[in-house]
Design a binder for this molecule. Structure first.
Ligand SMILES: Nc1ncnc2c1ncn2[C@@H]1O[C@H](COP(=O)(O)OP(=O)(O)OP(=O)(O)O)[C@@H](O)[C@H]1O
Length: 308
């Protein structure tokens, strides 16, 4: 449903995105994850036909992004990261404005607006002025606006940023609802936990390069080949770190208060040997936990796989 082939974008001498290949199948909810400035919005704005590529091609719902931007816009509901709502309008007028822009006839508009308001739980705000809405409601209204022309593809740039925890949970529930309706969704975020339980696939981008992508389970599997061990030190932390750093099994090491998370490529025996060595050398540990990676671990390992 969404394909990018060798997509690249330069701003002057600066390459914001480099040679990006991506394929998102129909019905997927794809989480596009990356730190600030990674190139998420640049990629998204290209797919939404708002920015020209320096290299490469894109296709959305069978339409070429550069050759047929109108076709793409008809198939896409796009929510930008810096959305604007027109303050002087009432909620229903705001949606009606976009429905007219999508050339939806007067007869159908009323019903569509009432359906969309109901889906977004905004029916009771129908006649309120947009500027009287809370931030969370404005964000929901923006999401409502992306749905008026019933597009098969939704491209949402950080739709939950700045929302309180309850509103974020509501956005996640809504994403699941939209997936059930058969929509293909690309959603970007740098809040990892936000995407962990509502995406079917993810892509991790850093400094304009896609570091990893695929079905969420396969991304977890790739990372699970290695063990993640969370160690909390009680005494002799320096000696402990030096043993870990010289271990041939070490793949990455991330410091945290009072301890460290290490990624080790080894089995149970190797893990037991390492534990024994730490104890033998006088390192006292409060805990030594081998655990399943979270999406956050995947992200940290992939974007910062640094062995100090
Ligand atoms: N119009 C522009 N002119 C020059 N540089 C730009 C422009 N737009 C983006 N950039 C740069 O390109 C890089 C990628 O920016 P982009 O907005 O795509 O990142 P992002 O992953 O969406 O970040 P964020 O999470 O902060 O929104 C950044 O270094 C940014 O400063």
């Amino acid at each position: 449903m969404i394909t990018l082939t060798g997509f690249g974008k330069d701003y002057g001498d600066f390459t914001a995105v480099e040679n990006l290949d991506l394929h998102i199948a129909a019905g997927e909810t794809f989480g596009f994850i990356g730190p600030n400035g990674a190139g998420k919005s640049t990629t998204i704005r290209f797919l939404a036909t708002l920015l020209r590529a320096s290299r490469g091609q894109g296709e959305v719902a069978g339409c070429d992004v550069m050759a047929d931007p109108v076709g793409v816009r008809q198939s896409v509901g796009y929510m930008p990261d810096n959305f604007g709502v027109y303050d002087g309008m009432r909620v229903w007028e705001f949606l009606d404005f976009f429905a007219v822009a999508y050339r939806i006839g007067r007869k159908d508009r009323k019903q569509i607006i009432s359906n969309v308001l109901e889906l977004l739980d905004l029916t009771h705000k129908r006649d309120d002025f947009v500027n009287g809405l809370s931030r969370g409601m404005k964000q929901r209204l923006c999401l409502a606006k992306t749905l008026v022309h019933d597009p098969p593809v939704l491209i949402l740039d950080e739709p939950a940023s700045g929302l309180d925890p309850r509103a974020r949970v509501e956005v996640k529930a809504l994403l699941k609802e939209l997936r059930k309706m058969g929509k293909t969704i690309l959603i970007s975020s740098h809040i990892l936990t936000e995407l962990a339980d509502c995406c079917t696939s993810i892509g991790i981008i850093e400094r304009g390069q896609l570091l990893m992508s695929g079905p969420i389970e396969s991304v977890y599997r790739q990372i699970r080949r290695n063990r993640l061990v969370d160690i909390q030190f009680l005494k002799n932390e320096e000696a402990g770190l030096s043993i870990l750093r010289s271990s041939p099994h070490l793949r990455s090491l991330e410091m945290k208060p009072g301890g460290v998370i290490v990624e080790l490529e080894t089995g149970d025996e190797g893990l037991a040997d390492l534990m024994e060595q730490l104890i033998r050398e006088g390192v006292r540990m409060r805990s030594f936990n081998d655990r399943d990676p979270t999406l956050e671990d995947v992200f940290m390992t992939v974007t910062k796989g640094i062995v100090n």
